[in-house]
Design a protein around this ligand. Structure first.
Ligand SMILES: [Zn+2]
Length: 317
């Protein structure tokens, strides 16, 4: 208790503060109690600390505000890029559809029902590009209304679309390659100039005087009329065969073969790769033949088919 009393008395004690200005002004003398002096000092310190705190908070606020503006600009740039990518992919997809319908893909059914079907990626979750308007909101400055989840989903969606387009283009390119290969391997046009003297099918055999099956088409012309290969392929036989005389057989792949019989001269040997239009022999009457002609056969999957339909459409070569 004595200590407290002593402290109380000490606080009541007066202190003198002297302000001594430079120059001719008189010194100022202030006499205040120690208690008042202490209260003043504590208050002064408190005010100083508080104003410092307020100032730092204001600085933080300004910093966050500036950061937000920078983020907004970045987000707008990002959204613009996404929007451009979206438009580009949509244009590509339109082209893709056009190309597919132009090609009339054989695998169209497989494409529609297979892994590349549009449902397989639109059904994967997230909004479709048309449904969401997050890009538009960002671009129109209504950034506060943007649903960031939706924006992120759209970015994921674009990525999926891009991957789909890559697969799709690769499939289209493979299909073009395949169709081109089949086209080049399919017999087209006449193997020689001339007139058809005997059709494919049952006929009365001129030699044996009986009804037999004629497995090819006879085209007659003068001796040594050039005989051409009607599709790209490899020569698998070039020699003499009973009945056919000098004959050249070409394998075109994809189950297709052609044969050119009764030649006067063979100009291709086994193993040769020949392209459509290449001269492979001269027309003759070797083997069993009543006159100079080429006996032309087309085989599909090991079976002789009517070559007549392959003579047509010579425009595409
Ligand atoms: Zn014939």
């Amino acid at each position: 208790m004595n200590l407290f009393k002593t402290f109380k008395q000490e606080l009541k004690r007066k202190v003198t503060i002297m302000l001594i200005p430079h120059g001719k002004l008189k010194p100022v003398k202030l006499s205040v109690s120690l208690l008042l002096f202490c209260v003043f000092m504590v208050s002064w310190t408190g005010v100083t600390v508080w104003s410092g705190y307020l100032a730092s908070r204001h600085i933080d606020y300004l910093k966050v505000k500036t950061d937000n503006k920078i983020m907004k600009v970045r987000l707008m740039l990002f959204a613009t890029q996404l929007e451009n990518t979206k438009n580009l992919i949509e244009r590509l997809q339109n082209n893709d559809d056009k190309i597919r319908s132009l090609l009339a893909l054989d695998t169209k059914k497989a494409i529609i029902e297979g892994d590349l079907a549009p449902q397989s990626y639109t059904g994967a979750g997230g909004p479709s590009l048309n449904q969401s308007n997050a890009f538009a909101l960002v671009l129109s400055g209504k950034i506060n209304k943007v649903n960031y989840t939706s924006l992120a989903n759209q970015a994921v969606e674009l990525n999926k679309k891009y991957e789909f387009m890559q697969k799709s283009y690769s499939e289209i390119m493979n299909n073009i390659k395949y169709q081109r290969a089949v086209f080049m391997a399919t017999p087209r046009g006449w193997p020689a100039e001339g007139r058809v003297t005997s059709n494919f099918g049952f006929r009365f055999h001129p030699f044996f005087q009986s009804k037999d099956f004629h497995s090819g088409l006879d085209i007659a012309n003068e001796l040594n009329t050039p005989v051409y290969c009607t599709a790209n392929g490899r020569v698998v036989f070039s020699g003499w065969q009973s009945g056919y005389g000098n004959i050249v057989v070409i394998d075109h792949g994809y189950g297709l073969r052609t044969a050119y019989g009764h030649l006067a001269k063979r100009l291709a040997k086994v193993g040769d790769y020949v392209e459509r239009g290449k001269e492979i022999g001269k027309m003759g009457a070797s083997g069993v033949a009543t006159g100079t002609h080429v006996h032309y056969e087309v085989h599909y999957k090991g079976k002789a088919v009517n070559p007549m339909s392959y003579l047509k459409d010579n425009s595409l070569s």
